[in-house]
Design a protein around this ligand. Structure first.
Ligand code: SF4
Ligand code: SF4
Length: 99
């Protein structure tokens, strides 16, 4: 019997996301903290939706489109407390599909 393989990218593609334009539900409070005080910048490689990105100058950018609302970034950043995190407003955000 062949093993069942699951491709994470294919599974994520099943989801749909409704953007709340101009109202991101997660916000980096102080960009300077990311650049100067956070050596590891773990949000940039732990987020399953790749919402955080390290830029060439060491700063971190956040685009919440596609966020899975897993809460990992909020927990990872608890040492610095530099993330303001809310669920999206009703009718917006991730729509999970398990097809
Ligand atoms: S973990 Fe927090 S402080 Fe560090 S880069 Fe990410 S958002 Fe910035
Ligand atoms: S809640 Fe999860 S998916 Fe959304 S930005 Fe944070 S780590 Fe990424």
């Amino acid at each position: 019997m062949n093993p069942i393989t699951v491709n994470v990218e294919d599974k994520l593609f099943q989801n749909r996301y409704r953007v709340d334009t101009g109202r991101p539900h997660i916000r980096i409070k102080d960009a300077e903290v990311c650049t100067n005080d956070c050596a590891v910048q773990s949000c940039t490689f732990v987020c399953p939706a790749a919402c955080y990105k390290t830029e060439g100058n060491g700063s971190v950018t956040l685009i919440t489109d596609g966020c899975l609302e897993c809460g990992s970034c909020r927990i990872l950043c608890s040492d610095h407390g530099n993330i303001e995190w809310e669920y999206p407003r009703g009718g917006h955000g991730i729509l999970f599909k398990f097809g």
